[in-house]
Design a protein around this ligand. Sequence first.
Ligand SMILES: O=C(O)CCC(=O)C(=O)O
Length: 280
Amino acid sequence: MNRRPLRAVSEDDIARFKEDGAVCIRQVFDIEWVQRMNAAVERLLSNPGPRAREATKSGSSGRFHMNVFMWRWDPDFRDFALHSPLAEVGASLLEADRVSLFYDQAFIKEPGTSEVTQWHQDLPFWPALGNDIISLWVALTPVTVEGSGVEYIAGSHKWGKFYQAATPDKDAKFANTALEPCPDFSKLKGDPQYRFVSWNCEAGDVICHHPLTVHGAGGNPLSARRAAISVRYAGRDARWDPRPNVMRVEGEPEAKLKAGDPLILDDVFPVTWERERATA
Ligand SMILES: O=C(O)CCC(=O)C(=O)O
């Protein structure tokens, strides 16, 4: 099982991430990781734990399963978030000397799932602020755009927009109605104002995005599962910001952090990668 990326992040990847707010890094994981994490996903589906969310409406076909903070209770997800090549990829793209783990999240769409992932930005529903928070969306199965591959609007992280939070399962409790709702960009394809970017992925490829990049995905009409895990890491300017209408974080950081503190806290936001240690 590789502990460092199979392919180094290049200057071009960093430039693309800065410019577009999303970049695909191919072949970060070897087959052992892919097999291990697919087995972990299978376990998660049959034993989902306390923070699971099922977005599929009753009577609909398929299953859209989401889960968060698996790293806190499952040893495989823990190793994946803390000791896999991911944190190094995140730190390289953020050009950071260290990153801490923010949280991990699973997105599984079984064959024949019609539920889409609504267009959204991530930061509006997080108790955090900052540019240096990166999401690494790891494909654990081959994913095509037709089979619920995530699409991004290039450059949207620089629009200065902070859209009303819209979680992928449309949970109304996150919506702060003082903010503008995020448009349904699938209706705006072909509009020359917007550049849509997406990648067909092999298992082990990783799409990395900025917390304000607008993104969404269709359902999964195909006959194979689409499984991905997003792991989020925090760098230099990431700060704790417990606003109303945001996600609850496991480990009670609110008891130990005050608004504006860096997103680093033992056992809650653990430092995961440090340049000094990595190069020693
Ligand atoms: O995989 C999906 O459908 C959604 C992914 C996503 O929203 C994220 O990684 O932030």
